[in-house]
Each structure stands twice: as structure tokens, then as C-alpha cells.
Design a protein around this ligand. Structure first.
Ligand SMILES: [Zn+2]
Ligand SMILES: [Zn+2]
Length: 144
């Protein structure tokens, strides 16, 4: 990581596109990453997800959310939480990691500091997307 990278704040805040849902995270992300899996593609409406890994206990959500009950590549349940009013994806909560979850980095109020250090499911990366320089290339789910 370069010395001039923006400092990551101790407390992160974010919200959905319409503002009906907001959240606070009282820790720095464990990892910043990209996910190229086949579920993140339709869910994000893009080629990959930009995500941060956090402890579930560090996040407080205000406002009504909805969850889509998905099945992950692990075969276990994955809750995908979103705003029912504007549709912004907010979190990914896999049963595989009961203490940890992912937050969609695009919903953070400020994420200039975001630097992917992991790329997940790189075998499914679209051919026109280049690997992020220096990011660990992982074929499936990471070891957490
Ligand atoms: Zn919303
Ligand atoms: Zn994914």
C-alpha cells in the first residue's frame, strides 16, 4: 500500500441510494476486496462487487431492510440485505462466517481509501477486467 493512500477512518458510515437505510461501522475493514462470483454479478448489476469484510458486531443499521435468501457456492445460506425502497445492495451475510460479513463498498459515504487487496472467484472474472495490481488472487471463498 502506498504511503499517500488516504487514511481509513476508525468509524465508517454509509447509506443506500434513497437514504431510507443508513449504517455505522465502528471498526476499520479487515479486508477490502472485489468479488467476481456468479451471484455478485446479477446482484450488483455490474461485473463484480466491491466489498469490505467486517465483524458483524461492529455494524449498526437504521431503517427498514429486506433480505434475499441466497445459496452460496459453499452450499450454505447467504443473506443478501438491501433497501426495499431503492434496491441498493447493502450487505452479504453468509452462514459460512457467522462472525463476519461483507458490506458493499459503494454504499459507504466516503470510500476514497478503498483499495482491493483480495480478488475472489478470479476464474469467473470477465476477460476485459484486469487484475488489480498487488491484490491477492483467490479462486473461491477466502480463508477467514
Ligand atoms: Zn434506499
Ligand atoms: Zn460474490
Amino acid at each position: 500500500m502506498s504511503a499517500d493512500a488516504p487514511q481509513v477512518p476508525d468509524t465508517l458510515t454509509g447509506r443506500c441510494m434513497c437514504g431510507a437505510v443508513s449504517y455505522t461501522i465502528t471498526e476499520r475493514p479487515m479486508v477490502d476486496g472485489l468479488c467476481h462470483c456468479d451471484r455478485c454479478r446479477p446482484q450488483s448489476g455490474s461485473a463484480f462487487s466491491t466489498i469490505i469484510f467486517i465483524h458483524r458486531s461492529a455494524m449498526t443499521v437504521a431503517g427498514e431492510t429486506a433480505v434475499f435468501d441466497d445459496i452460496g457456492t459453499s452450499g450454505l445460506r447467504v443473506l443478501r440485505r438491501y433497501c426495499p425502497r431503492c434496491g441498493s445492495p447493502l450487505t452479504t451475510e453468509p452462514d459460512l462466517t457467522p462472525d463476519l460479513m461483507m458490506v458493499k463498498a459503494g454504499t459507504l459515504d466516503s470510500n476514497e481509501w478503498f483499495r482491493p487487496v483480495w480478488e475472489l472467484f478470479v476464474g469467473r472474472r470477465r476477460p476485459w477486467v484486469s487484475p488489480v495490481l498487488g491484490a491477492k488472487q483467490i479462486e473461491a471463498n477466502p480463508e477467514l
